[in-house]
Write a protein that binds this ligand. Structure first.
Ligand code: DLL
Length: 436
């Protein structure tokens, strides 16, 4: 990168005309198929079962003939059943953030490590970041992909990288002040928590800090939450999407237009399917995102069911990139809650809460007993100072907002700012102790 204003990392790759991009995808898909057929007995068996041989795939439309891979497949083949390189060619291991049982083991070859950093570097530069930036990485270092991949990406660009990790807000602030941090990568829940911390300590980030950009991801969050993060940290917040099974972060990212996230189609093939039937949905329809790796060496994955709900945007983006965009993830198919016979996603609750004045930055949905739902909501500092009457009004506003959105009437409990637990990793938004 020579100029900080340059908007592309590798212009030729990012603006490849669609016919050329699709030809590249087909070529890479066929190579991937040949590779898994030869090296991964699990896939050879699956392809045989589906009666597809690698050379039977003649166009991208044939993708739908290939078998799906699910999270359960990754757990069942743990630890190394999907490895497509000799073990001594694997360079790094990450695991997914599974909550129960066996994790999913994800292997990277040297080329995969390099590609993962490359795609993240491409993503960061698309937001306007350059080598002059000071990048404070507030993601968790370790088995989680979130920090290491973004770390090497920022180094590739030439930024000064501060491997802060999450937590310890006092030290985060000290580092930001002393090293004039301009960009951070952070989860939405920690971003909201940190915004609270700054407010409590009377720090005005616009006056006292040099922050310009926050890359926010690894958890679903709403547009209203993005606005709270931007207001609280004095930054532009860019949506950052990825999953361990596809390298981690840098699968899809917002550019400066901030209208959806470019999904890097030279590395991944995307489809949207009906999460119930598995049938492909027409372009633009909302459903489950399915991804196929196109250049992964150590662990190629065919038609991975991400469980993430989104839609593909086909219109060209003003930034000039030809890779299509996906909408903000509105939830995971697995996260759908059914309370008293009504289906909804936790993000619907968040969308209502975060748009109401007086509501703070943290909430949790508690399910108990036979189907009792209580939403515990932190008040903002300003919400706290209100007298009891407006507090009842706020509670009523929340209850009726939620009832209109999710069609069931929850109990709402208002709690002081900072009263709800915050985790260093991904936020736990639902506590389900129902005895159904
Ligand atoms: O969370 C990788 C990552 C790290 C992405 C840093 C972005 C930034 P996993 O732990 O495997 O990997 O979790 C992946 O997190 O399937 C989504 O459900 C969710 N997720 C990730 N990013 C977003 C986002 C990383 N921007 C799972 N919006 C994914 C909504 C997200 N959900």
């Amino acid at each position: 990168m020579s100029s900080p204003d340059r908007a592309y990392w590798k212009p030729a790759e990012e603006t490849l005309p669609r016919p050329a991009l699709e030809a590249l995808q087909l070529d890479r898909l066929r190579q991937t198929l040949a590779r898994v057929w030869e090296k991964v007995p699990f896939y050879r068996h699956k392809l045989d079962e589906a009666k597809v041989s690698p050379d039977a795939v003649r166009g991208l439309a044939d993708l739908r003939r290939l078998p799906f891979t699910t999270g359960a497949d990754l757990r069942e083949t743990y630890p190394a059943g999907l490895l497509a390189v000799p073990p001594d060619e694997a360079l790094r291991l990450h695991t997914s953030s599974g909550t129960t049982g066996k994790p999913k083991a994800i292997f990277f070859s040297r080329q995969d490590v390099d590609n993962s950093a490359e795609l993240c570097a491409r993503s960061f530069v698309a937001t306007g970041m350059g080598r002059q930036d000071v990048f404070q990485n507030m993601m968790t270092y370790g088995l989680f992909t979130g920090a290491l991949v973004t770390h090497y990406a920022a180094e590739k660009i030439g930024c000064l990288v501060i491997p802060a990790g999450p937590g310890n807000s006092d030290r985060q602030l000290l580092l930001m002040r002393d090293f004039r941090t301009t960009a951070i990568h952070i989860t939405p829940s920690f971003a909201l928590y940190f915004a609270d911390f700054l407010e409590k300590h009377g720090v005005d980030p616009r006056q006292e800090l040099a922050l310009q950009r926050a890359f926010v991801g690894a958890e679903p969050y709403t547009e209203a939450t993005r606005r709270k993060i931007e207001a609280g940290l004095g930054v532009r917040a860019f949506n950052s999407y990825g999953l361990s099974e596809m390298n981690g972060p840098g699968v899809a990212f917002e550019c400066q237009e901030q209208q959806g996230m470019h999904l890097w189609e030279d590395h991944f093939l995307m489809e949207i399917i009906d999460p119930g039937s598995g049938e492909p949905l027409p372009l633009g329809a909302r459903g489950e995102l399915v991804l196929t790796t196109l250049v992964r060496e150590a662990m190629p994955i065919l038609r991975y069911r991400t469980r993430d709900i989104t839609s593909i945007m086909d219109a060209p983006c003003a930034c000039g990139r030809t890779h299509r965009r996906i909408q903000r993830i509105t939830g995971r198919a697995d996260d759908m809650l059914i309370v008293r016979g009504v289906n909804f996603y936790p993000q619907q609750v968040e969308r209502i809460l975060m748009a109401i004045e007086g509501v703070g930055r943290n909430y949790v949905i508690c399910l108990e007993g036979l189907d009792e739902m209580t939403v515990k909501v932190e008040l903002s500092e300003a919400g706290m100072s209100d007298r009891p009457e407006p507090m009842y009004a706020l509670q009523d506003e929340i209850v009726s907002g939620l009832r209109a959105e999710i069609l069931t009437k929850p109990k709402v409990e208002l709690v002081p700012p900072g009263a709800l637990p915050v985790s260093e990793g991904k936020a736990r938004r639902v506590i389900d102790n129902r005895k159904l």
